[in-house]
Design a binder for this molecule. Structure first.
Ligand code: M6P
Ligand code: ZN
Length: 233
């Protein structure tokens, strides 16, 4: 009987991993957008949990770790010549890392812990890809942990808003706004993100249009300027 119960538990865990498409226990580096059926992940749904915010590993008990390097952001930075120069030297700097606890089910919340490293490509500060939510009527909350930066938000008409993020600051991103985080400091920008588990990531729109504004360094300070490559839909 105990053996039967044990077998049932093992089989169901494997099915959970099969549904999300990755082995969650051994995930090291994975492209978040490549996980099929994230919203069907059954691993943790319904179970309460607590976690420790640690400087070393992001968040304890994370299930997915995403690393994005310059080569993953090739189309995103505005100074294409700088991008190609760096990559052609065989360098591929790590721009940011996300530790994530996906929950999978409608009504639940996913938690992400993002570290954007300090740096620039040309004059443009390191940033995240940025995305709309696949479900447009979902929002998100960011809580600054370390460092300083900006959250750039843009609605479907191309109207932008920018807010500061730093420790003890909470930024609310309303439904319908794409969001990108930018590290404008000399140290890591670290923040927590909390969003509905079924929100989904729409990367395609921003990949095609870019944001209408970019954040660049001028005289040692970050300034917001028009993006010369922005494509208005
Ligand atoms: C935050 C959240 C995540 C997101 C991450 C990186 O943690 O918004 O959902 O994945 O930032 O941003 P992006 O997915 O745009 O690369
Ligand atoms: Zn989001």
């Amino acid at each position: 009987m105990i053996l039967l119960l044990f077998t049932v538990v093992i089989v169901s865990l494997n099915i959970g991993e099969y549904l999300i498409g990755v082995n969650l226990k051994n995930v090291d580096t994975i492209n978040l957008s490549s996980i099929p059926g994230r919203q069907r992940c059954l691993m943790l749904a319904g179970e309460p949990y607590s976690l420790i915010l640690s400087e070393a590993d992001g968040i304890s008990s994370y299930k997915v770790k995403v690393e994005r390097r310059l080569s993953n952001l090739r189309e995103y930075f505005s100074n294409k010549r700088s991008v190609e120069e760096i990559l052609s030297k065989g360098e591929d700097p790590l721009i940011y890392t996300v530790y994530e606890i996906p929950r999978g089910a409608e009504g639940e919340l996913d938690v992400g812990y993002t570290i954007i490293y300090p740096g620039k490509i040309g004059k443009e500060y390191y940033f995240t890809k940025g995305h709309f939510h696949a479900k447009d009527f979902t929002s998100e909350v960011y809580i600054g942990m370390r460092g300083e930066g900006k959250i750039l938000m843009q609605d479907r008409r191309g109207e932008t808003k920018v807010l500061e993020i730093k420790p003890n600051v909470l930024v609310y991103i309303p439904p319908g706004f794409a969001h990108r985080s930018i590290n404008t400091g000399n140290s890591e920008l670290v923040f927590l993100a909390i969003y509905p588990s079924d929100a989904g990531h729409d990367y395609d729109t921003i990949r095609k249009t870019g944001f209408a504004k970019i954040v660049i360094e001028k005289d040692g300070k970050p300034i917001l300027v028009d993006n010369p490559n922005y494509v208005r839909l």
